[in-house]
Design a protein around this ligand. Sequence first.
Ligand SMILES: Cc1cc2nc3c(=O)[nH]c(=O)nc-3n(C[C@H](O)[C@H](O)[C@H](O)COP(=O)(O)OP(=O)(O)OC[C@H]3O[C@@H](n4cnc5c(N)ncnc54)[C@H](O)[C@@H]3O)c2cc1C
Length: 412
Amino acid sequence: MSRRTFVTVGAGQTAAVAARNLRRHGFDGRIVLIGDEPHPPYQRPPLSKEFLAGTENEEGLWILPPKWLQDNDVEIITDTTVVRVDAAARAVEFSGGAGLQADSVLFATGGAPRRLPVDGPRPDLVHYLRTLDDAARLAPVLTPGRRLAIIGAGFIGLEIAATAAAAGVEVTVLEAVPVPLARVVGPAMGEAVCRLHRDNGVDIRAGVQLAGVRTAADGVVIDIAGAAAPLEADAVVVGIGIIPNTAVAAASGLWVDDGIVVDALGRTAVPGVFAAGDAARRYSPRAGRHLRLEHFDNASRQGVAVANAMLGREAPSDDPLWFWSDQYGRNIQFVGTASGTPVIRGNRDEFDFTGFYLENDTVCGAFAIDRGEDVTAARELLGRGVDAAALLDEDTDLWDLVYADEDEQVRA
Ligand SMILES: Cc1cc2nc3c(=O)[nH]c(=O)nc-3n(C[C@H](O)[C@H](O)[C@H](O)COP(=O)(O)OP(=O)(O)OC[C@H]3O[C@@H](n4cnc5c(N)ncnc54)[C@H](O)[C@@H]3O)c2cc1C
């Protein structure tokens, strides 16, 4: 039995996937996941969707089933905060003084919601959504007729809006930028998502500036710059992004610059110390720069890459950005980058379409509603020149475009 010990700081998506892959690839040392939450690693995406809607329970979110943990001898220490890692010695220190000696350490600390100052007597009416406990606290608020204000129309804010609206809640979303999601998916696709919400009765007010948020005895009052009257609601959810959890890495002497800076394999400058997931800013050869991404697929793939790197296998993951979102029973997917103007295949009015982002007829990315298969094909077409007219023609099988080069080679 190898005596090596692998410790993760944080026990979320990345840590769980890294542990699973270490075992899968034959690592027979000790694996310890240390998390400050009271739960074993769980999936966060359902927190704003099925779990919030009450159609999924806590056990359904667990990433590593109890039997797998037992069979694979993986230890999870919950309710425990790591305060520092002596990176050179790889000594992991917990709050309260205890600690662990490790051979390899993975910082998989994720991020924490950006906070908004809110005065007033009822802080309990102010919600954030990052953890299972946050979701459990928010779920009872979603009752028919309740008025919910959501500050921030990013994906999480919009998913909460969709879940709340489906539960009969009166939802108002306040967003600072003129077109929600435009930074990520471009204005045209952002507009399409907005329309989806408005069609479902959500009041989206974009391009508004907040003058202040406060709680009163029985509700929340939001002052909007230039508005005749404040917005009043029974509760508010603040969804204005996350800040990567990097304080412990910084206190441990690692290089932090909007994320823990790592190479393409997830390695920090200190041998045996890795970082991955939402907290890491990894070098992407594809992009030619460091990127910090806040999506499930990235967290999972980086978890695999770190497990490989730890075992001395150089298998960097540099896949294009891909993520999904579910809103109003519709599946939204995005791959690549939102460069150029999207051209539409399908029916945008009926929310059954794919927008292909083209630059000089080269595919840069795709955004789709209820067309996951198109996104899978688009992923294969990224960086390739296409005939835009063929792309948009619903009679064209996208896979014919994907395999066109191969077919030509066979013919030649
Ligand atoms: C509500 C919600 C919905 C989402 N929906 C989608 C979606 O539809 N599609 C998608 O692609 N992505 C989605 N995401 C994003 C995705 O869940 C994250 O990208 C992913 O969870 C990141 O994994 P991670 O391991 O980096 O961080 P996390 O899963 O956040 O895990 C980090 C863990 O480390 C703990 N920790 C931090 N510091 C310490 C410390 N010092 N000591 C001990 N423990 C510590 C944290 O408390 C946390 O438990 C969603 C996220 C949320 C919150």
